[in-house]
Design a protein around this ligand. Structure first.
Ligand SMILES: Nc1ncnc2c1ncn2[C@@H]1O[C@H](COP(=O)(O)OP(=O)(O)O)[C@@H](O)[C@H]1O
Ligand SMILES: [Mg+2]
Length: 253
């Protein structure tokens, strides 16, 4: 079922048209067409293995599409290249964090800020500006005190927060987060939620994969439900969560 969008003329940040991704016989994405509104936060939910991470992986060019088109801010793409996603105004975090383990927390953020491929907008700026920005990011994710630690020496939760820090180091329009809250203790969870809310307040588009239904009821404005790589429902959070199809599929337990 597809519930009616809350506002039919809502501007779209990101859209897929019949995109597919197969792994052998597994149809991780099966001709999926979905539109993500520009305004606010959209959560992607669905059972384990329903294609949530694969969707973000193809949107961010980490995996090539087998078919279909991705439309980012009006630009239609059959091929999305990972290093070009910042120039499309998009950045992401990974479910399995991807840090540089052998370098410090500070350098993990600086590496993003000074990567000219990822951050062409910073090109003209001077080094003190990078440092200022790195400090403010580490403060936002609560990792300033840990700035000199090697990434490999961080706790699980600290690694997740640093991963979020690396994603928000880029100042773009669309942020994709794959299970950023998984395994976080309450204080860290609140911090991560505040970061998402702050991005939303600053008019960014946030796409959030989460299996935490308390958060899904609380945080997003829109919901997309995947099942076996296809769209099960989309629309207003309350309506979607109360739709019989969604309850039947997996929320009823
Ligand atoms: N790199 C991969 N190689 C093989 N199979 C994969 C790969 N990534 C995902 N899959 C399979 O694709 C399906 C969707 O996976 P995924 O997108 O990770 O689901 P979710 O994030 O919703 O749990 C699953 O059946 C998974 O086993
Ligand atoms: Mg996943």
């Amino acid at each position: 079922m597809t519930t009616a969008p809350s506002d039919p003329i809502e501007p779209i940040a990101l859209e897929t048209q019949e995109i597919s991704k197969h792994f052998g016989a597994v149809r991780a994405l099966d001709q999926l067409s979905v539109a993500i509104p520009k305004k606010g936060m959209t959560s992607i939910v669905g059972p384990n293995g329903s294609g949530k991470s694969t969707l973000i992986n193809v949107l961010s060019g980490v995996l090539p599409l087998d078919g279909g088109i991705v439309i980012i801010d009006g630009l239609g793409l059959r091929v999305v290249k990972a290093h070009q996603t910042p120039s499309h105004g998009m950045t992401r975090s990974f479910q399995e964090v991807r840090l540089f383990d052998q370098i410090s927390v500070w350098d993990n953020i600086m590496a993003v800020l000074t990567d000219r491929r990822l951050n062409p907008a910073m090109l003209e700026r001077s080094r003190p500006r990078y440092k200022e920005k790195a400090k403010s990011i580490l403060e936002r994710v609560g990792m300033w005190e840990k700035r000199d630690s090697l990434a490999m020496d961080l706790s699980y939760g600290q690694r997740k927060l640093l991963e979020i820090g690396r994603a928000i180091a880029l100042d773009v329009n669309i942020y994709l987060f794959d299970e950023p809250f998984a395994g976080l203790f309450p204080q860290m969870l609140e911090r991560a939620k505040a970061i998402m809310n702050d991005l939303r307040d600053r008019g960014r588009t946030i796409i959030l994969i989460s299996h935490n239904m308390d958060i899904v009821r609380e945080l997003p404005d829109h919901l997309v439900v995947l099942d076996s790589g296809a769209l099960l429902a989309e629309g207003n959070v309350e309506e979607v969560l109360n739709s019989p199809e969604v309850i039947d599929a997996y929320l009823g337990t």
